[in-house]
Design a protein around this ligand. Structure first.
Ligand code: AG3
Length: 275
């Protein structure tokens, strides 16, 4: 018998993986968490039946959400990650000379699942520079400040993540950031959710004088083409040179040579966010 996992990316579009085995599934306080062993994409982690990562292509998302803001900033030492309980973003952050990483994940079971089933992703979570808080990131940013970078490594804007896409949240993040700090958030796909991408960009622009979108190809996310949006009070990523003295980082997708070009948007995306 053939076993398949499908994500309904919209009501009318599914992405399906033939699976060898269902390794784990549970209902946590917040969501359904599942782990599948697939034929072609390695292991996949889903939350409420939406693909969060596959071991085959997770490096693209985690490198791009981390190294683009880190290299733009140039000397970030204190970083906050909201969501990201799988640990992929933390693993990438640890390739930089950071002093302190706070990871705020609402669902402890996501962290535990990743530690058990995704050692290559969660490996940085036990590093002494990392502190994990099992709290709601929306509340956490109101009470914790002084970050160089805030990374919102969230799920889609449904359920508990809705508030992570609100203007009020962006304002609180702005207050939690140092003067030359940078917010970066995963901001969905312009292929299938154009209106949403437009709205997120607009909302971020009302809070941050510099709001810049960049993109990456992520085969297993809806539309296979994804956006990230960076906001800052003082840093314009387009005019900032990437210092050649920064250490080389071990990456498979991100490269310093392409850094600035990631912000050059295809005309359909540029038009979408200027509408
Ligand atoms: N990032 C999940 C992005 C949203 C994917 N959406 C979807 N499959 N419908 C968080 C997980 C990686 N740390």
């Amino acid at each position: 018998m053939e076993l398949w996992f499908s994500e309904y990316q919209t009501k009318n579009v599914k992405l399906s993986f033939r699976i060898k085995e269902v390794l784990y599934t549970t209902q946590s306080k917040y969501q359904k968490i599942s782990v599948y062993e697939t034929e072609d994409f390695g292991r996949i982690l889903t939350l409420d039946d939406l693909v969060m990562l596959t071991t085959k292509d997770e490096f693209i998302y985690h490198e791009m959400i981390t190294h683009v803001p880190m290299l733009t900033h140039g000397n970030a030492v204190r970083v906050l990650v909201i969501g990201g309980g799988d640990g992929g973003t933390v693993r990438e952050l640890l390739k930089h000379p950071v002093e302190e990483i706070h990871l705020v994940e609402i669902d402890k079971e996501v962290v535990e699942t990743s530690k058990k089933y995704f050692p290559s992703v969660s490996c940085g979570l036990t590093d002494p520079r990392v502190r994990v808080f099992y709290e709601d990131g929306i509340e956490f940013v109101k009470n914790n400040k002084g970050y160089d970078i805030v990374i919102v490594d969230s799920t889609d804007p449904i359920g508990p993540a809705v508030g992570l896409f609100s203007t009020e949240f962006y304002k609180n993040v702005s207050a939690a950031l140092n003067e030359n700090g940078i917010l970066v958030a995963q901001t969905e796909t312009p292929i299938l959710f154009g209106d949403l991408v437009n709205k997120i960009y607009k909302d971020m622009s009302t809070v941050f004088p510099y709001t810049n979108m960049y993109t990456a190809v992520i085969p297993t996310y809806p539309g296979a083409f994804w956006t990230f949006t960076m906001g800052s009070k003082t840093v314009n990523p387009l005019s900032k040179e990437i210092s050649s003295s920064l250490p080389d980082i071990d990456t498979k997708y991100y490269t310093k040579e392409l850094h600035k070009s990631y912000f050059i948007l295809p005309p359909f995306v540029k038009n979408l966010i200027s509408e």
